[in-house]
Design a protein around this ligand. Structure first.
Ligand SMILES: Cc1cc2nc3c(=O)[nH]c(=O)nc-3n(C[C@H](O)[C@H](O)[C@H](O)COP(=O)(O)OP(=O)(O)OC[C@H]3O[C@@H](n4cnc5c(N)ncnc54)[C@H](O)[C@@H]3O)c2cc1C
Ligand code: FES
Length: 280
């Protein structure tokens, strides 16, 4: 059996600064060994531990879609030791990943349904993976309406701007991008994500909702979904907890009887509702 603590060797193929404050950087990583690339199968919502020799490792959601072959993308917010090192690594350098880890968004349940994706800030990474996956023609044909509401504090903090512009033009999805505060060039919507959700008012019937964002956004979005009559079992979110092993061994990430790394990070509100409120 493969040692789950051994990282897969990867090479940095491309890097891109995403935001005006330069705090968010996307790394595109290529596999160094063909057999690793063949064996690496993932579903949107899963994450990897990214490791840098001498610095450590940390968990990051996979931002690319399984339908984008040949590389994996991660978007990194500069927060501390590992993330600063991941902001300094350059094209051609080698590093490691462990994964794919954790569960995924419940894509099989989405068949024949509408999908509502609600994202805020840099938690949009695995939602990018999900949206690209759902828009792939074969997958898209199995779904009804796709609505995406995505917000950032200001226009400079929006991720994946070129893709947002492409999605705006598509007729097979509805994308609403909003910012808390615009600038002189901003012609789009201004408003907090929960209020914009209320304004858009998507139908809850036959619809699954996936939310990812800062806790404050999630806290105020949830009651709006309740008002729109979304049942708890059709609302999913991804939790972020401090992690170490990522495979359910060290006990660092548990909430009640659940391990976020192994049983999650994706949970339905029905599951979360059974846990003490302090945990999420
Ligand atoms: C499943 C999962 C997916 C994630 N996906 C992404 C992603 O796509 N992009 C991304 O940028 N980040 C993501 N994160 C968060 C990321 O793992 C942390 O920012 C990272 O571990 C920080 O490492 P560091 O060594 O740079 O920070 P440290 O030097 O360890 O800490 C710097 C500061 O950040 C705080 N901190 C560290 N980790 C966390 C955490 N998990 N929650 C809250 N505060 C923390 C510390 O308390 C400290 O104040 C994810 C986390 C999880 C669990
Ligand atoms: S990170 Fe070790 S048990 Fe979850």
């Amino acid at each position: 059996m493969k040692n789950p603590y051994l990282p897969i060797p990867m090479v940095v193929k491309r890097t891109q600064i995403e935001t005006a404050d330069r705090m968010l950087r996307t790394l595109e990583l290529g596999f160094l060994r063909e057999e690793d690339e063949k064996a690496f199968r993932f579903v949107p919502g899963q994450f990897c531990e990214l490791s840098l020799f001498g610095k450590g490792e940390a968990p990051f959601g996979i931002a690319s879609s399984p339908t984008e072959k040949g590389s994996l993308k991660f978007t990194i917010n500069r927060a501390g030791v590992v993330t600063t090192a991941l902001h300094q690594i350059t094209q051609g350098e080698e590093m490691g990943i462990r994964g794919p880890l954790g569960n995924s968004y419940p894509i099989e349940l989405f068949q024949g349904k509408n999908v509502l994706v609600i994202g805020g800030g840099f938690a949009f990474t695995t939602l990018r993976s999900l949206i690209i996956y759902l828009l792939q023609p074969e997958n898209r044909s199995k779904l009804k309406d796709i609505t995406v509401i995505y917000g950032a504090r200001n226009p400079g903090l929006l991720l994946y701007k070129e893709e947002l512009a492409d999605w705006q033009k598509r007729s097979d999805m509805k994308l609403v991008v909003t910012v808390d505060a615009g600038d002189k060039d901003w012609k789009g919507k201004v408003g907090l994500v929960p209020n914009v959700l209320e304004e858009v008012g998507p139908a809850s019937e036959n619809t699954y909702a996936v939310i990812c964002g800062p806790p404050i956004m999630i806290k105020f979005t949830f009651p709006k979904l309740m008002t729109l009559k979304f049942p708890n079992e059709r609302i999913y979110t991804s939790l972020e907890k401090r992690m170490k092993c990522g495979i359910g061994k060290c006990g660092r990430c548990n909430i009640g009887h659940l391990y976020v790394c192994k049983d999650g990070p994706v949970f339905s509100y029905e599951q979360l509702g059974k846990l003490p409120k302090d945990y999420y």
